[in-house]
Design a protein around this ligand. Structure first.
Ligand SMILES: NC(=O)C1=CN([C@@H]2O[C@H](COP(=O)(O)OP(=O)(O)OC[C@H]3O[C@@H](n4cnc5c(N)ncnc54)[C@H](O)[C@@H]3O)[C@@H](O)[C@H]2O)C=CC1
Ligand SMILES: N[C@@H](CC=O)C(=O)O
Ligand code: NA
Length: 431
């Protein structure tokens, strides 16, 4: 067997601990598959005294992870700290400039600096691998870069955030409140250090920006993603969706447009019988439509220690085997720049929920605004009879129309005296 591959791991939280456990448990299996032993010889985290249930007695401890990244006795640095900038980026840059391969689960960093870091890795002749950064255990980067390499990708969409899918599924199935389910996702190790990234759609947008670069050979453009999260999705909307034959899912969607690319993350109404509607809990799924392969759905756990460690170690095994692949589907130096399509140009159906005073003329006023914007109503439901002055929900679904017209209509509807709360809008996605 050839020489041992020596690993330094920065960050020993959910993913770091899971990765060390996997490498320890499958030491023999990994050595067999790589034709050489793979050993964690150094680690760095914030608190040395913390009990992580790991035996670190034979491993060098670095207080300064950047020093670890520069240590001549380490071949591969695994960055599992998180954050687009700060220590994580410094460590990765130090590792690359010292000629070390890097593996990272850090989607925020790749979404913001992926093109530049991949170029640095290529110049240094080392790997920068990030399978764990997108959809945890699903090998979606490998799928796009390798398995579908012969296809032009017509479109790609998916459930890209485990925490928000867990919240939406649990709210629907158990009637539990948003906050309570989020706390459980945090306890299970699914959520980001700042869970706002999960529930406001930012984490899904990080992943979508990476998938777009892989699918369309373009630079990673996080700022080009339209982002909305699930904070405003209520149990009432979930119940109305069910009644109308839909489920609410937070989706990331990317498509080529004329000369550009459309990238959007927002809650969607999807028909209950669509495969993606039945992906529940912490599971993620990605549907890629290739021109020769057709539609391909991959599904698996998108967060948590085990699935994420599985992806980290898959990258590690590639490196140990001597496989050298670019971070994206083409070398970073030849990635194109593609302009993003504005959300105002979106064309689709809409679900609107309005909380209105229960009096005559209300519906006529609302439909008059929709008529003025040439928006055609598909269905309308009013529930209950409220006591005088109390709000009752009116739910409207529309045929396809423009986002710009819908935004103008909603501004006027929100200003009506009989509409008591901000209107809720959820886009209907025909998948
Ligand atoms: N938790 C999950 O399910 C998944 C997480 N990720 C990503 O993996 C990365 C790590 O996530 P988690 O393990 O959940 O986070 P975590 O918060 O559980 O762990 C972070 C670790 O980094 C250490 N750390 C912080 N600053 C440091 C520094 N300056 N030097 C050395 N260590 C430092 C902390 O002590 C802690 O051990 C993040 O980029 C996250 O987005 C990716 C996929 C799934
Ligand atoms: N917080 C993320 C973790 C995995 O990327 C999620 O919930 O999906
Ligand atoms: Na993955």
């Amino acid at each position: 067997m050839s020489e041992t591959l020596k690993i330094g791991v920065a960050g020993l939280g959910t993913v770091g601990v899971g990765t060390l456990q996997l490498i320890e448990k499958h030491y023999e299996l990994i050595a067999q598959r790589c034709g050489r032993p793979v050993l964690v010889t150094a680690v760095s985290a914030r608190d040395r005294r913390k009990d992580r249930g790991l035996d670190l007695s034979a491993v060098r401890w670095f207080e300064d992870a950047t020093a670890m990244a520069a240590d001549p006795d380490i071949d591969v640095v695994i960055e599992l700290i998180g954050g687009a900038d700060g220590p994580a980026k410094e460590i990765v840059e130090a590792a690359l400039s010292n000629g070390k391969h890097v593996i990272t689960a850090n989607k925020a960093m790749i979404a913001h600096h992926g093109t530049e870091l991949a170029q640095r890795a290529e110049q240094a002749g080392v790997a920068l691998a990030c399978e764990a950064a997108v959809c945890g255990g699903i090998p979606i980067i490998k799928t796009l870069r390798e398995g579908l390499a012969g296809n032009a990708i017509n479109g790609i969409y998916g459930i890209l955030n485990g925490t928000s899918n867990f919240i939406l599924s649990s709210m629907r199935d158990t009637g539990r409140e948003f906050g309570e389910v989020l706390a459980e996702a945090q306890k299970l190790g699914y959520a980001e250090a700042d869970p706002g990234f999960d529930i406001d759609g930012v984490d899904a947008a990080h992943k979508l920006a990476i998938l777009t670069a892989l699918a369309y050979n373009c630079e990673v453009d996080f700022d080009g993603v339209h982002v909305e999260g699930i904070r405003d999705v209520t149990s009432l909307d979930i119940a109305f969706a069910d009644e109308l034959g839909y489920r609410i899912k937070l989706l990331g969607i990317a498509r080529l447009t004329n000369g550009g690319v459309e990238q959007r993350v927002h809650p969607c109404m999807v028909r209950k019988d669509a495969p993606i509607a039945n992906v529940e809990g912490v599971y993620n799924a990605v549907v890629a439509d290739g021109d020769f392969v057709g539609s391909l759905l991959t599904e698996g756990e998108g967060a948590g220690a085990g699935p994420t460690a599985s992806a980290v170690v898959a990258d590690l095994i590639d490196i140990a085997r001597g496989v050298r692949l670019p971070t994206f589907a083409v070398p970073a130096s030849v990635l194109d720049r593609r302009p993003s399509r504005a959300m105002a140009e979106h064309w689709g159906g809409y679900y609107l929920r309005l909380m209105c005073v229960d009096q005559s003329g209300v519906i006529a006023d609302i439909t008059a605004v929709l008529r003025d914007e040439d928006i055609s109503v598909e269905s309308m439901v009013q529930r209950g009879r409220g006591p005088a002055g109390e709000a009752v929900p009116i739910v409207i679904t529309t045929h396809e129309t423009t986002e710009a017209g819908m935004t103008r209509a909603l501004d006027r509807i929100a200003a009506l005296d009989t509409v008591l709360e901000s209107p809720r809008l959820i886009r209907i996605e025909p998948l």
